[in-house]
Design a protein. Structure first.
Lengths: 223, 265
């Protein structure tokens, strides 16, 4: 092999890559928060809501889960402006990520809800709790606990999948890497460094999730 | 000892003769073309409007028409050697083609491996946008969002002239960049001049127009180094057809934009 590695070129412009990485982290964190809000609402409607709303949630989840993320992104960025709804590139990326993660998380949370034994819900009814109270006080906690690892995995997929928002000119990590690559022609060095940065971000979020699990679900509950 | 000296002398003479023979063969490419009544020219058919395939899958475009005109003026048959962009120079060096005529921009790097004739065409990078967007010169780009495609000439040229405060954004494909302009996601586009005409035709209601020219690259016919006779003939051909307007006609018919004044190499 005669290829000479020149990482100097990449580290000269490391600041730009860090800015891109920061935007990736921000997008992912915001998509996580907003997507979970979407998921908790939709999962409730899906399991306990009136029939029309239930159908609507099913339609949303299936539409998103059976279309490519890139196409969803293009619809938000290129199609919605023609209807008068205009998002900047970064906002469009966030909207698409929330919609996408929300749908997958809805399905995961729904599975968690349905894993809660019927007996517990019946107890709630016997105590005279309202439907939403049963959801909030009895069902939600064990449901999320049961599917927490699946949610964390889905989130990491979203984080890594966010690399495609470079296609609509959002200046996140992959976009910066593509520009760096096409101006320095150092594809190997650029993408190796960027892969390491994604790895670090993903490991960081996984540690965050492990900590959340520990504090919320596991601590003081071992018997 | 005497025998060894003689052997060496004979070997040297043989090498010299062989070397001369090869040199002569190279210097007589034009003779060979005239004798075989056939010239082989590269054809890149994935770069509209320079080279594309028409409805009947026949190569066409400004560079293909140039190749046809050259074969016609030589009075020989044309054999098109299909190449992709990166194969244009290797096809020449490996003797698969006698001439490379595939919008090969003249650069000092390329001149290390091939010989360029005088340019016969130009590729301008321009800033384009809707009539309502007020851009007259580079200074007006400040505060505007300019979109372009990665790994293109515009990616190299536009940042050089953009004042501080210009928001340059990149897309991965020409289609996405153009769509961003048409949907108003960017204020202006940096692209090849002929693309603006294309956009204006595709979306007449948007009023897309050329704002100003950023840079112009000239492209030329290239030959394998050493082919003096062929290069000399091509230079003569470019000279004659520049004066009689044939070059301008081919260019304008295929690209839809006027050919700028061509400098001489």
């Amino acid at each position: 092999m005669t290829y000479v590695f020149q990482f100097g070129i990449v580290f000269d412009r490391f600041g730009e890559l860090l800015e891109g990485a920061w935007l990736t982290v921000q997008l992912a964190a915001m998509a996580l928060a907003l997507g979970m809000a979407v998921a908790l609402t939709c999962a409730y409607l899906r399991t306990a809501g009136p029939k029309p709303l239930r159908m609507l949630v099913v339609a949303y989840v299936e539409a998103v889960r059976n279309t490519p993320f890139l196409v969803q992104l293009y619809i938000v960025f290129f199609s919605l402006p023609q209807l008068g709804v205009r998002f900047e590139a970064n906002q469009a990326a966030l909207v698409a990520m929330v919609v996408n993660f929300g749908a997958y998380a809805t399905e995961i949370v729904r599975a968690g809800i349905q894993s809660v034994p019927v007996g517990q819900i019946e107890v709630g009814r016997a105590l005279g709790l309202k439907r939403f109270q049963i959801y909030r006080l009895i069902v939600l906690f064990p449901a999320i606990k049961a599917v927490f690892p699946a949610l964390a995995s889905q989130f990491v997929l979203l984080l890594l999948g966010s690399s495609v928002v470079a296609a609509i000119s959002a200046k996140e990590l992959t976009a910066i890497a593509n520009t760096l690559q096409s101006t320095t022609f150092r594809a190997f060095e650029v993408y190796i460094v960027v892969a390491a940065m994604y790895l670090a971000i993903a490991v960081g979020f996984r540690a965050f999730f492990a900590a959340v699990y520990w504090f919320v679900f596991a601590r003081g509950r071992e018997r | 000892m005497k025998f060894v000296t003689r052997l060496l002398a004979a070997a040297t003479a043989a090498c010299l003769l062989l070397g001369l023979g090869i040199g002569q063969a190279d210097a007589q490419v034009l003779d060979r073309i005239m004798k075989e009544k056939k010239i082989r020219i590269t054809a890149q058919v994935d770069s509209a409007p320079f080279g594309i395939l028409d409805k009947n899958n026949k190569p066409t475009g400004s560079e293909i028409e140039t190749a046809r005109q050259i074969a016609k003026d030589l009075g020989v048959e044309l054999e098109l050697v299909q190449v992709s962009g990166p194969q244009r120079i290797p096809a020449l060096l490996s003797d698969r083609a006698d001439l490379a005529i595939s919008s090969l921009s003249i650069t000092t790097d390329r001149a290390k491996t091939v010989w360029f004739a005088s340019p016969h065409g130009a590729l301008s990078i321009v800033i384009g946008g809707a009539k309502s967007v007020n851009i007259k010169s580079a200074a007006d780009l400040a505060g505007k969002k300019i979109g372009m495609t990665r790994a293109t000439l515009e990616e190299q040229e536009v940042p050089k002239i953009a004042p501080p405060g210009t928001n340059i954004v990149f897309f991965d494909e020409h289609a996405a960049t153009q769509q961003a302009l048409l949907t108003g996601q960017i204020d202006a586009i940096g692209c090849a001049a002929f693309l603006i005409n294309d956009l204006a035709k595709k979306a007449p209601d948007k009023g897309i127009e050329t704002k100003f020219t950023v840079a112009t690259a000239f492209y030329a016919v290239a030959v394998k180094p050493g082919n003096y006779d062929l290069l000399q003939w091509v230079n003569t051909w470019v000279f004659v057809n520049k004066l009689n307007g044939v070059l301008a006609k081919i260019y304008e018919q295929n690209t839809g934009v006027k050919l700028v004044d061509l400098p001489t190499l």
